[in-house]
Design a protein around this ligand. Structure first.
Ligand code: AR6
Length: 183
């Protein structure tokens, strides 16, 4: 379980080290790419563990709502397949250095849009990976500022959400977040 020292906003935000795909929450957020058709990192892990139903649902989204792919900063919902989580919220994070200075706003949009989608479905627990801080190269200390500020500003609007869990792959990443957060 996360330690008390790593909980913020009256316990509504908790940090933990672990595998996102093992989180038994209402929804986990995927650090996807705009194709929605899978990739490496946390995206690959979600599709492996969740099974083909998630990819089928992503293909259906491409055939309907997002024929040209999901734009950066936007989110889309699928079922969770065989994951412990009921839903996956696919979010496309910014590639660091590729959005002409709009990277922070786009990263904030991923978190904000995922929260809004979850709240609209009356979901109570949602777990995020550190979007964009892997293959997409977003510096984790800068991401911590953006993510914590976004949650601090937006979580009060979503009273139904009990817990936002920020899941880090290793304790070093969690400590960078904790040292740079602005809750
Ligand atoms: N559980 C928790 N965190 C994880 C896990 C896991 N199972 N696996 C990786 N991480 P990344 P991005 C951490 O690269 O930077 C994919 O190919 C990882 O250590 O998964 O947003 C997509 O298809 C890092 O801190 O996502 C896109 O093309 C964080 O998750 C692209 O990568 C995010 O790393 C997206 O890149």
């Amino acid at each position: 379980m996360p330690q008390a020292a790593h909980s913020y906003l009256e316990g509504r935000v908790r940090l933990c080290v672990g595998d996102l795909t093992e989180q038994a929450v209402d929804a986990i957020v995927n650090a996807a790419n705009s194709t929605l058709l899978g990739g490496g990192g946390v995206d690959g892990a979600i599709h492996r563990r969740g099974g083909p139903a998630i990819l089928d649902a992503c293909r259906a989204l491409r055939a309907s709502a997002w024929p040209n792919g999901l734009p950066t900063g936007q989110v889309a919902l699928t079922e969770g397949g065989r994951l412990p989580a009921r839903y996956v919220i696919h979010a496309v994070g910014p590639i660091h250095g590729r959005h002409g200075g709009k990277e922070a706003a786009l990263l904030a949009a991923c978190y904000g849009n995922a929260l809004s989608l979850a709240a609209g479905l009356v979901l109570r627990t949602i777990a995020f990976p550190a979007i964009s801080t892997g293959v997409y190269g977003y510096p984790p200390d800068e991401a911590a500022v953006v993510v914590s500020t976004t949650l601090r500003e937006q979580l009060p609007r979503h009273a139904a959400i009990d817990e936002v869990r920020l899941v880090f792959f290793d304790s070093g990443q969690l400590e960078i977040f904790a040292a740079n957060q602005r809750f």
